[in-house]
Design a protein around this ligand. Structure first.
Ligand SMILES: Cc1ncc(COP(=O)(O)O)c(C=O)c1O
Length: 419
């Protein structure tokens, strides 16, 4: 056994000591509490974080694998799904589940689609999904796990899904078409009604990935943001993935997979009984499902209500507008026309500025955000609390841009997000 491997201590330590050690372990983490991160963490304010935490702690040991043992969690999940459908215009009979995150929700939408096709006698092994290039890589993961092929299709010059190009990528083995509302790289809502026309024409399943927008778009629309219809208002939309641990502000481990009908939802389930402990039917990928994540989402939804979410959304929209103006004032280009909480920007056409040099300059100044490639840019996923730091951010951005122009500093290669 290697010397450096951590061993279980012979004797336990007290909580005070462990709390100190845990705090010390986080010393080099990104300073998200001071609103310095525009990726990974959503900061809605200390009061909301506290509600999420307290609710999580109340149900941290309960397990939604056993609804008969925990009718509390069954009721909370039903409430959350009801609220989700209320926000996303689910028709009568629409249903769904809470999951661990966007990736699981996407996996389950894809499995439902695949198994519904198989039930019709279609050979599904090696069948394909057609997605815009901007769709999240969770679709590649789902395709890989489920024995499907993924076809990524170029987007338009406005960075939106291109319905005609997607139509051309469809063949007789295509099971699913995907649009994002919005996509992660640019924060843009794909033209879901036009994708719906293609889905109807080709008789294939349309999934909307609203992992980012599910709990943001409804409030942005209430605030007057004009989005193309993106939810169950569009008849052909069969499933929607929408994350509570993003703009729902719940503790991590909470997303929703929403189905237009119970009939198609049935294909999401997995059942088996060939072992001594009896039959098991589960609606999600996980067996054990953390009660804490469900309770936290339930509590935050009820804590904020429509008014609370509208208020958070107004703050995000304001921060995004001000950052957009500041970025453009520096001669940089915003990619597409983002209306929501995400924004990506890079050098204007022909400008030799190293944007990854700027990213590094911002990183050196304590700011952490994502990147995009081809075209290269800085990516930001804004939280309500970012409205407090916009001026500071733009001042540092100006300096980082000047620094990267002055000495050509910065990395020629993109910083890696997931390593
Ligand atoms: C549009 C979109 N879909 C899916 C996902 C995957 O969600 P998760 O990381 O919760 O699995 C993300 C994550 O950022 C996303 O932005």
């Amino acid at each position: 056994m290697s010397e450096s491997r951590t061993q279980l201590p012979e004797q336990g330590e007290n909580w005070e000591r462990l709390q100190e050690r845990l705090t010390a372990l986080g010393r080099d983490d990104v300073d998200w509490r001071n609103k310095r991160s525009a990726v990974y963490v959503f900061h809605p304010g200390e009061d909301v974080l506290d509600v999420a935490k307290q609710a999580y702690a109340l149900y941290q040991s309960e397990n939604a694998l056993g609804p008969a043992a925990f009718p509390s969690l069954k009721k909370m999940e039903a409430d959350v799904i009801g609220i989700a459908h209320g926000l996303m215009h689910g028709p009568e009979g629409a249903t769904g589940n809470m999951t661990s995150g966007g990736t699981e929700s996407i996996m389950l939408a894809t499995k439902s689609c695949r198994d519904a096709a198989a039930a019709k006698g279609i050979e599904v092994h090696g069948a394909n999904l057609v997605v815009p290039r901007t769709a999240h890589l969770a679709f590649d993961k789902a395709a890989h796990y489920l024995g499907l092929e993924i076809r990524r299709v170029d987007v338009t010059p406005a960075f939106l899904a291109d319905p005609d190009a997607m139509r051309s990528a469809i063949d007789e083995r295509t099971l699913m078409l995907v649009g994002s509302a919005p996509c992660f790289p640019y924060g843009l809502v794909d033209p879901i009604p036009e994708l719906a026309e293609v889905a109807v024409e080709k008789d294939i399943w349309l999934h909307v990935d609203a992992c980012v927008g599910g709990y943001l778009n409804p409030f942005a629309e209430m605030e007057g943001v004009a989005l193309p219809e993106w939810d169950f208002r569009v008849e052909a939309v069969r499933t929607i993935s929408a994350d509570l641990h993003k703009y729902g502000y719940a503790a991590k481990g909470a997303s929703t997979i929403l189905h237009r009908s119970a009939e198609q939802h049935a294909y999401q389930h997995f059942s088996a009984d060939d072992w001594p402990a009896g039959a098991m039917t589960t609606p999600t990928v996980a067996g054990t499902r953390p009660g804490g994540a469900i309770a936290s989402a339930w509590a935050v939804l009820h804590y904020l209500g429509v008014e609370g979410y509208r208020d958070k959304t107004r703050r995000i929209l304001d921060a995004r507008r001000r950052i957009t103006e500041g970025v453009e004032a520096l001669g940089l280009r915003v990619f597409g026309d983002p209306q929501l909480a995400l924004i990506s920007f890079g050098p204007a056409d022909g400008d030799p500025l190293s944007i990854f040099g700027v990213w590094k300059g911002m990183h050196d100044r304590g700011w952490f955000s994502g990147i995009v490639q081809n075209p290269d840019g800085i990516h930001m996923m804004l939280s309500p609390s970012h409205d407090e730091v916009v001026e500071m951010y733009l001042k540092d951005l100006g300096e980082a841009v000047a620094g990267a122009r002055g000495d050509g500093s910065g990395e020629a290669v993109a910083p890696t997000r997931y390593a």
